[in-house]
Design a protein around this ligand. Structure first.
Ligand code: 0RA
Length: 646
């Protein structure tokens, strides 16, 4: 081929490739879910997933992720390096194909199927398309190769720029601000919890995260190394660090069933919460699916068989249910599936039928062995199951009382609820307000057309430490259930929520802006997280943000929500401005509360979302459980957020 035709070929291919890339830029959400905070972080996961694939194929064991000062990201791995030779079909370097062809990433070698892969598994080319600049370096066969791109367009053909002893891929990308309009600022903790998770899910790999925007006390960049030799076993211990184990070991297994790699780790603790987490190809499957059904089936049948044979159930007057085997259980199930079918609302529910029996068999074998080798642990587990069954029985009765109340229409609503007149739940809001006095102010200040007020008395029950029937007997919690119109429990699943009669689509937690207030918010959130997670997931839960200060000078007055705002207002107003610090909602009159916190036109509310279910679970157990040291550590680490009252 002459140089001229070669050039033409090069540009023709580039144009074709760019069509796909253009589409990614036009419809980014189709590829990465959204263009908010989540999508922004997804870019990192996408590149790291490729490195993890190299590791799973046995070619890589070190991955470094760096947040650079300008919020660009550099990832570096010691894998084989993206191939650089001319791709036969495309006529350009394979590196360019990987970087500019949508969906090219995995199609290279059919032998090694791509097991990891972000939520959408779209490949590095998407990251390239959504970056205003990307620089790729490949160290391969003693040479360094590189190429740069702007918004996915190559700036020059792949070139060799030196020699090297290193082998691997280095990618630096800077997310395009015209795509990520909300923010391009990376959150260290979000990336850290994903890297930690990946390290646990793929044992042996060393993942380093470094933040060049921040230095620690020693003047070094903030950095953590995530590395686990024991994998899921260690993950379970990490998740349960704030709980008290009731058996001697983490029960675990790792193996292959019907060609499906299955890994399971589980432990029982003295809490009443069930914490099951599942993964498919390193993706957290929030909605569960066939692998989780397999886990439940294996667990229930094996424990039931053991309990029956032990004679411990003889005196029990009612049947043990599936739920009873999972109280105080923390478990992780991780499978690798070649062609996963994801279903469900958020496409995080595994549909592949064949996985159920693979996991069920694996769990049965693992548990049978453990129970046989640890008879005293086995007894402890069965006793716990019996206690759970008895408590469930009691809870059922308590719940039926709540239910009976909520079916009656108006008469069934809690006396303390000041309802709104609008009938369409989509337009209705309810404020859960700390204390009767603030409740009174809110009642005066609200727009009674669409805003309802439910005052809550003092500190609500800490559900993290309470048995289920205690939760359903609690007056404040009963009021929340009946006011919201939510019912709970079916024959098969005692924790299933029925949201079809939800009476308000916005549920707003409104507490004082001090330490007590945030403690109460956390208690209420813990309740929602453990008993009505679906409400959080559907985006119904909000936290009101009352102002912290009122700055006045003469006739001028302005509210401030933080110290910076306060200082700015004081500067604007000039000398002799008066600052009033709001210690609680009670210090505001009805008009002020409406103006600042309740009026949809001016208020700012934080919608509660769950970024990472596994991490949320760990944090709630830590904040609300009985172990003090981990809580102290968390609070110290997050002191910037906690010092509102300092
Ligand atoms: C295509 C084919 C091969 C590896 C990769 C891509 C690859 C991509 C990335 C992205 C970040 N790090 C990466 N490492 C590898 C297979 C390589 C071969 O067969 O030699």
């Amino acid at each position: 081929m002459s140089e001229e035709t070669n050039k033409n070929k090069y540009s023709a291919d580039s144009i074709q490739a760019l069509e796909g890339m253009e589409h990614v830029r036009m419809r980014p959400s189709m590829y990465i879910g959204d263009v908010g905070v989540r999508g922004l972080h997804h870019l990192v996961y996408e590149v790291v997933d490729n490195s993890i694939d190299e590791a799973l194929a046995g070619h890589c064991d070190v991955i470094e992720v760096t947040i650079n000062e300008d919020n660009s990201i550099t990832t570096r791995d010691n894998g084989r390096g993206i191939p650089v030779e001319i791709h036969k079909k495309e006529g350009v370097s394979a590196l360019e194909v990987v970087m500019t062809k949508i969906g090219a990433g995995g199609k290279f070698d059919k032998d090694s199927y791509k097991v990891s892969g972000g939520l959408h598994g779209v490949g590095v080319s998407c990251v390239n398309a959504l970056s205003d600049h990307l620089h790729a370096f490949v160290h391969r066969d003693g040479k360094v190769w590189e190429q740069e791109y702007e918004r996915g367009k190559p700036l020059y053909p792949v070139k060799s720029t030196g020699t090297t002893d290193f082998r691997g891929t280095i990618v630096t990308f800077r997310p395009d601000t015209s795509i990520f309009q909300q923010t391009t600022e990376y959150n260290y903790d979000t990336l850290a919890s994903r890297m930690r998770e990946l390290a646990y899910l793929n044992k042996g790999i060393k993942i380093t995260l470094t933040d060049k925007r921040n230095k620690d006390d020693k003047g070094e960049f903030v950095s953590e190394v995530f590395h686990s030799e024991e994998g899921l076993k260690e993950f379970v211990r990490f998740l349960d660090a704030s709980r008290n184990p009731i058996i001697g070991h983490v029960i675990s297994m790792e193996g292959e069933k019907n060609d499906i790699p299955v890994e399971v780790a589980m432990i029982y603790n003295d809490s009443y919460a069930e914490n099951l987490h599942s993964y498919v190809n390193n993706i957290n499957t929030h909605e569960g699916g066939t692998h989780l059904s397999g886990f439940r089936r294996g667990l229930t049948s094996t424990l039931k068989k053991y309990a029956d044979a032990s004679g411990m159930l003889d005196k029990l007057k009612f049947e043990i249910a599936g739920d009873d085997f999972r109280e105080g259980l923390t478990a992780i199930v991780s499978v690798k599936v070649a062609e996963p079918q994801f279903e469900g609302q958020t496409k995080t529910k595994l549909g592949n039928r064949e996985v159920t029996s693979a996991v069920s068999q694996a769990v049965s074998e693992m548990l049978e062995n453990y129970l046989e080798e640890n008879p005293s642990d086995a007894k402890t587990i069965v006793e716990k199951v019996i206690l759970a069954a008895q408590a469930r029985h009691a809870a059922k009765k308590a719940r039926e009382m709540v239910q009976r109340k909520s079916v009656m229409s108006i008469g069934g609503l809690p006396g303390k609820l000041s309802d709104c007149s609008e009938q369409d739940p989509a337009l209705c809001e309810v404020f859960l307000v700390e204390g009767d006095s603030a409740g009174g102010t809110a009642k005066q200040g609200r727009d009674r057309m669409f805003q309802a007020i439910l005052p809550l008395r003092g500190k609500i029950l800490n559900v993290e430490k309470a048995m289920h029937h205690k939760v359903f007997e609690n007056e404040e919690i009963k009021n929340i259930f009946t006011a919201l119109g939510v019912t709970i429990g079916t024959e098969e699943d005692s924790k299933a929520l029925n949201l079809s009669k939800l009476r308000y689509h916005k549920i707003v937690i409104m507490c004082d802006a001090d330490v007590d207030g945030s403690h109460i918010s956390t208690l209420i959130l813990t309740f929602f997280f453990r008993y009505m997670k679906e409400l959080i997931e559907a985006g119904h839960i909000y936290i009101a943000a009352p102002p912290l200060y009122l700055v006045k000078k003469g006739a001028k007055k302005q509210y401030a929500w933080n110290d910076d705002q306060r200082d700015q207002i004081v500067r604007d107003f000039g000398e002799n401005s008066k600052i009033q610090r709001y210690k609680g909602l009670g210090e505001m009159n009805a008009e002020q509360l409406w103006d600042t916190t309740m009026n949809p036109e001016y208020r700012t509310m934080r919608q509660v979302t769950i970024d990472n279910l596994v991490e949320a679970d760990r944090i709630f157990s830590m904040l609300m459980g009985d172990e003090v040291p981990p809580r102290r550590e968390f609070i110290e680490k997050n002191a910037v957020y906690a010092n509102i009252d300092a």
